[in-house]
Design a protein around this ligand. Structure first.
Ligand code: UTP
Length: 410
């Protein structure tokens, strides 16, 4: 893209300020900036209302979905495990680790997976996840292809760390990394922010673009080559989650449904978690802040809450269904964040409070793009130990406690 073309593109949306320091840049920096502008998706700006803030998303009619409960699963456990092991041994399952986030709440300056959650020994978050997956590898007697999504920001550190640590004993020929896309950051005045004179401020575009990014990296060919028919996706920060465990795989595979979502029973009706439910007859996740009091307290004839199961970011998708939706545009969420930027005088500012918006795609929106979903209950204390914060709720402290409860030596 030439300077003139870039200027025209930006003028159409009043973003010419991105070229303000163009003349001060050297040739390589000029090219880098023009290439960033060329890739810039300016249609994202239309998601911001004229007064600032995000335009409200229009939601459909919600209804409860219920879940296959732990009791029901236990009754059929032997069958589910057998079906699951069959699929795993036939090489039909793969796993995708979503590790492209910035983990700002934890306040750790390296990729979150590099955090040492051990106390008397080293035990890294990535290592916990690999250990969990290795349980299945040992039981099934085969490795499971593992695809790790990183971002431009943390890819190098992540790959180096895995290499230095010998993939924590995982067979490296079953591990592939891919890098997710970035999205521009925008100030409250709807102007795209600059990080420095030659670089637009941008951030990873959320965890929802994982399949598109995996395809862009050509890894859909790897899935085909290996015969992977089911892909699980999971967050980097839940150190206790079981990954591709046979009963879960078997339950989703034998259900014949398009996907599955692991859920935990809400600790109390007002817990701030997204609930797996139906929206206009299709599976969906309703966020806690979207729920009315009536929904929160809705009970069945036996007095049991109907919107009772929260998602834990552990899903299983049929790959053919992912292919079907691969070309569809996903909903983009606008989130207020603290964004480091360069002010009008060219000074770099690290704000103390939110100063603008990031654009994110969310994996939970993929659930609504599927026709059917198995809601699969797991025991909270066994499978849900997210490390979001340094202390308090969902923190290093709470996760350590749960790891110990589950027999992990720290
Ligand atoms: P979170 O919602 O916790 O976001 O991500 P985050 O960026 O990691 O953390 P905070 O909000 O800044 O503290 C849930 C999962 O989705 C992944 C994260 O790595 C984590 O596994 N994720 C998030 C991505 O892979 N890419 C993204 O752009 C965002």
């Amino acid at each position: 893209m030439t300077y003139q073309e870039a200027l025209e593109k930006l003028s159409s949306c009043h973003q010419e300020h991105l070229l303000k320091y163009y003349d001060e840049l050297n040739e390589a920096e000029k090219q880098a900036l023009l290439s960033q502008i060329e890739k810039l998706d300016l249609s994202l700006l239309s998601l911001l209302s004229d007064e600032g803030g995000a335009r409200e998303a229009v939601r459909g009619t919600f209804a409860p979905l219920g879940a296959t409960t732990v009791e029901e699963i236990n009754e059929k456990r032997a069958f589910y495990e057998e079906e699951g092991l069959k699929a795993i041994r036939a090489g039909k399952t793969g796993a995708v680790l979503l590790a492209g986030g910035q983990g700002t709440r934890l306040g750790f300056d390296k990729p979150k997976g590099m955090f040492n959650i051990g106390v008397d020994r080293e035990l890294y978050i990535f290592e916990c996840l690999i250990n969990n997956l290795m349980d299945v590898v040992r039981e099934a007697g085969v490795y499971i292809p593992l695809y790790i999504m990183t971002s431009e920001i943390n890819n190098e550190d992540t790959v180096r760390f895995f290499t230095e640590k010998n993939f924590f004993g995982y067979d490296p020929s079953y591990v592939k990394f891919f890098i997710q896309d970035m999205a521009p950051c925008v100030g409250y005045d709807r102007k795209i922010l600059m990080e420095n004179k030659g670089k637009i401020a941008s951030s990873p575009n959320g965890n929802g673009g994982w399949y598109a990014s995996l395809k862009k990296a050509g890894l859909d060919e790897d899935l085909k080559k290996r015969g992977v028919e089911y892909l699980s996706v999971f967050a980097v920060d839940n150190v206790c989650q079981r990954i591709n465990d046979p009963a879960w795989i078997g339950a989703v595979v034998s259900s014949g449904l398009d996907c599955g979502g692991k859920v935990v029973r809400k600790a109390d009706p007002n817990e701030r978690v997204g609930v797996l439910c139906l929206e206009d007859g299709k599976p969906s996740i309703v966020e806690y802040y979207e729920m009315t009091d009536d929904m929160i307290n809705l009970k069945d004839e036996n007095g049991r809450l109907l919107y009772a199961f929260g998602v834990i970011l552990n899903y299983l998708f049929r790959v053919d269904k992912l292919e079907e939706i691969a070309g569809s545009r996903m909903m983009t969420h606008v989130v207020e964040k603290k964004i480091p930027y360069m002010d009008e005088n060219g000074n770099f500012i690290k704000p103390e409070k939110p100063n603008g918006y990031k654009f994110e795609l969310l994996v939970l929106d993929m659930i609504h793009m599927m026709d059917s979903c198995l809601s699969y209950e797991v025991i909270r204390n066994r499978e849900f130990a997210p490390v979001k914060n340094a202390t308090g709720v969902d923190s290093v402290e709470s996760a350590r406690k749960l790891l110990e409860e589950n027999g992990v030596i720290l």
